[in-house]
Design a binder for this molecule. Sequence first.
Ligand SMILES: NC(=O)c1ccc[n+]([C@@H]2O[C@H](COP(=O)([O-])OP(=O)(O)OC[C@H]3O[C@@H](n4cnc5c(N)ncnc54)[C@H](O)[C@@H]3O)[C@@H](O)[C@H]2O)c1
Length: 369
Amino acid sequence: MESARRTFVLGAAAAALAPAQQRELRVAQIGIGNRGTSLLKQVLEQRDVRVAAVCDIDAGKRDAAQSLAQRDNPKSYSEFRQVLDLKDVDAVVVATPCDLHAEMAALALEAGKYVYCEKPLGITPEQVDRALKAARKSKAFLQIGQQLRYYPHVLEAIRQLHEKKAVGTPFVIKAQRNSTATQPGNERPRAAWYDDVKRSGDLIVENAVHNLDVCNWAAASRPVSCFGHGKKYLPKTIPAGSVMMDGFSVSYIYENDMHLDYSQLYLHPRQMKELRNGQWYIVFGSEGSLEINGGMVYPMWGEARKFLTPEIENGKEDAMSEFIRMIREGGRPFASVEVGATAALTAIMGREAIYRRRMVTWKELGVDV
Ligand SMILES: NC(=O)c1ccc[n+]([C@@H]2O[C@H](COP(=O)([O-])OP(=O)(O)OC[C@H]3O[C@@H](n4cnc5c(N)ncnc54)[C@H](O)[C@@H]3O)[C@@H](O)[C@H]2O)c1
């Protein structure tokens, strides 16, 4: 009996020492609401990966996650620090409200865990700095949940811009994310943290961080300064900084002198086609322009052409597979902590320009990325 127990203990110790590329990886999920549940499903699809623990302050969410992951019989926790103490957990997925990301991610990195952290990396410069510094000191890495970096059609559009020089020298980006206002009476209840700008970071940080990141990527640079304006228009006009805005515009200048105009407005009547609804990004250059989501190039004087094949256009993102692959291969993910920090700071800079009604510079955010 004793010898059987000894063999088991030695076996477990050997497993803990085996390099990550050779053994089953054990993942814990922290925050299992809407996004956390989608990410849990993605983790369950990975080969040789086990969901070791689930953590949420809401018992109902924990129970739902345990049933979803019943194949792996994960342990359940309400306190995330207890999850970070688990020696046999290799990686954590953080999908809690935005104001908690940086602290949870930093503590996880300090505990030696790999981190898949939902965007934004932080909602203040101090939070971004905290996560960045922890990642720099850690042997593990943080991948930011900016999954647009893994969409085949976006990757191809950026390749057309950077490698194929599809628009010649790029000068200006115009990007937008408009949608129709919610009809009174049809409002969807949102989590309390989402409506509290001190917890979400406001619409530009919680939401537009994805779009601003694509613009940073297309610009192949980062912003030096920003002006902006925005507010909550409906159901009544409320100044920026009080509740989540439903409309704003920001204008950035990049280190390489490119210029970005980005706007988001939830006042776009569905039937109005003169200005396109939804999300789009147009890069204007010396020889033409390119629309990233539609996959179109418009040469300045020639015929427009679509550069996406149906295969690329219908391709799915695989951010979670890259996370697992990079742990096994000892590499670094494309959606790195620096990508997350730059995107969060770009959005924070825009928000502060709107709130303070003046130009805000990258330098005054005080974070070294
Ligand atoms: N990448 C994307 O496309 C995408 C999409 C949606 C949301 N998100 C991001 O994901 C995050 C979560 O958004 P959501 O829509 O799932 O919100 P949600 O409110 O549905 O889920 C958040 C969960 O975190 C839990 N939680 C709160 N405090 C906690 C704590 N201290 N410890 C453990 N759990 C805690 C809540 O109980 C809840 O279940 C946000 O940061 C959001 O911006 C990303």
